[in-house]
Design a protein around this ligand. Structure first.
Ligand code: NAD
Length: 444
């Protein structure tokens, strides 16, 4: 099939590349010329494991093209994916200006093509996460422009940054919201190569598809906030959340996934999607106390590391050298949107600390915010030199088994605040560290 993907960010670029990988001809279109230029120069504007090689391969084989010319792409394609950003607006709901702008641009192009005698129907497929009713409103807006030969489908994306290619190539399920059987069948054919292992292709209304994405993310965020709340209680009561977590997870009704306590969830999805659900509830005048609590607990959780640090150092925090390992909102990505590390950095800078920070992929993104306020270290051990404490915020694989002897030699004070429970408190104490985890029952 011939496909246009509008937006070449984390979702659009992966979508375009994986669709090309399965034999389709795909145009990746973005309004950001700098991004397109990087792609045309055989680079990647983001970090995502395995993506660069796949982009380069599909460009070489001429199935994947990039550009800024939406009209040229739509002339040659029947399927048009919308993968533009839908960030949080000032009022907490999803900012849909990108979706409307694309809808208007596509509408103008469709009208022009129709006037030229092109009578083929286009399917616009919303991949972005959008509030319930967006599909309908986009359809109405385009109809109001005089467009007739189109349908808008909803096809929310469930990929995870850091494992995006695998998630797209082998999804747990594909959800499509359509208004016609014909469109469902076209999408079924498109996704067939990705569902060979009997993964389900779920057809529903656009409204249900839009809601599915939010309900799934709200559920995942709920699990995180729940275990964080239990961890904080463990800290007060002297129980170890890691034992508790294991004791819970063996119950098959509960399971282990997404029950790891930490420094709060971040990223470009959970925070804004939970708030978009809250906004939908407000609009419908329906109280959603559970979802609101998930957000509140998470905001408070981002303060847990700063609080432990303040409690440890007391009045002597100003002027301390603090090392931070991990800035991205999670491992295997360079994405720092809403990352707990940013809350920590703000708090420690305000307290007068000097910060030496390390992250395998996200240093450049953090540098764009903090410039010379921080010391950026390419290597984890480099950040430790003379440090009064180490704070671990992101669980990159390479932080799991460091050389503790070397760490102790490099640090001025052997204090670790482990926001991801990478180490065992007893072992750390026997190695001579003062160690604080999350919910390990040893908090002062
Ligand atoms: P992103 O910000 O990385 O990418 C969006 C891209 O769209 C940018 O490159 C931007 O320049 C481009 N764009 C915006 N307006 C445009 C226009 N008018 N024409 C052409 N290009 C335009 O965002 P993302 O993380 O890829 O997220 C995209 C959507 O997918 C969001 O709705 C998000 O909630 C959803 N989503 C994201 C993830 C994720 O892990 N990032 C997972 C599932 C769903």
């Amino acid at each position: 099939m011939r496909i246009t993907v509008i937006g070449t960010g984390y979702v659009g670029l992966v979508t375009a590349t994986c669709l090309a990988e399965s034999g389709n001809h795909v145009f990746g279109i973005d309004k950001d010329e700098a991004k397109i230029q990087i792609l045309l120069n055989n680079g990647l504007p983001i970090y995502e494991p395995g993506l660069l090689e796949m982009v380069q391969k599909n460009r070489r084989e001429e199935r994947l093209k990039f550009g800024t010319d939406l009209e040229a792409a739509i002339r040659q394609t029947k399927l048009v994916f919308l993968a533009v950003g839908t960030p949080q607006s000032d009022t907490g709901d999803a900012d849909l200006r990108g979706i409307w702008a694309v809808g208007e641009a596509v509408g103008r192009i469709l009208n022009k093509l129709q006037a030229e005698g092109d009578t083929s129907k286009r399917i616009l497929i919303i991949k972005s996460t959008v509030p319930v009713g967006t599909n309908r409103e986009l359809t109405e807006r385009m109809k109001a422009m005089g467009c007739t030969l189109f349908e808008v489908a909803s096809n929310p994306e469930f990929l995870k940054e850091g494992a995006a290619i695998d998630d797209f190539m082998k999804p747990d399920r594909v959800v499509v919201g359509v208004r016609s059987h014909e469109t469902a069948e076209i999408l079924r054919e498109l996704y067939a190569p990705f569902l060979r292992t009997e993964r389900p292709f779920l057809v529903m209304t656009p409204e249900s598809a839009e809601m599915t994405k939010y309900a799934a993310n709200a559920m995942l965020a709920t699990k995180i906030s729940f275990i964080n709340e239990m961890a904080n209680l463990c800290d007060r009561l002297g129980a170890d959340i890691n034992d508790v977590r294991r004791g819970m997870g063996h119950d098959v009704r509960i399971g282990f996934q997404f029950l790891f306590p930490g420094a709060g969830y971040g990223g470009s999805c959970f925070p804004k999607d939970v708030r978009a659900v809250m906004a939908m509830g407000r609009k419908m005048e329906l109280p959603l106390p559970m979802v609101e609590a998930v957000d509140q607990v998470n905001e408070a959780q981002k303060q847990v590391l700063p609080t432990k640090i303040r409690q440890h150092f007391g009045d002597s925090l100003a002027g301390k050298f603090i090392a931070i390992w991990g800035l991205a909102f999670k491992p295997r990505t360079d994405d720092i949107r809403e990352a707990p590390s940013l809350v920590l950095i703000e708090s420690l800078l305000a307290a007068g600390c000097k910060l030496r920070v390390h992250d395998p992929e996200a240093l450049n993104n953090v540098k764009q915010i903090y410039g010379d306020q921080l010391i950026y270290c390419d290597r984890p051990y480099g950040a430790l030199e003379g440090a009064d404490a180490l704070v671990i915020v992101t669980e990159w694989q390479e932080f799991r088994n460091p050389d503790f002897e070397v760490m102790r030699r490099l640090m001025r004070n052997s204090v670790i605040f482990d926001g991801r429970n990478l180490y065992e408190p007893r072992q750390m104490e026997s190695l001579g560290f003062t160690y604080y985890g999350i919910g390990r029952g040893r908090s002062k």
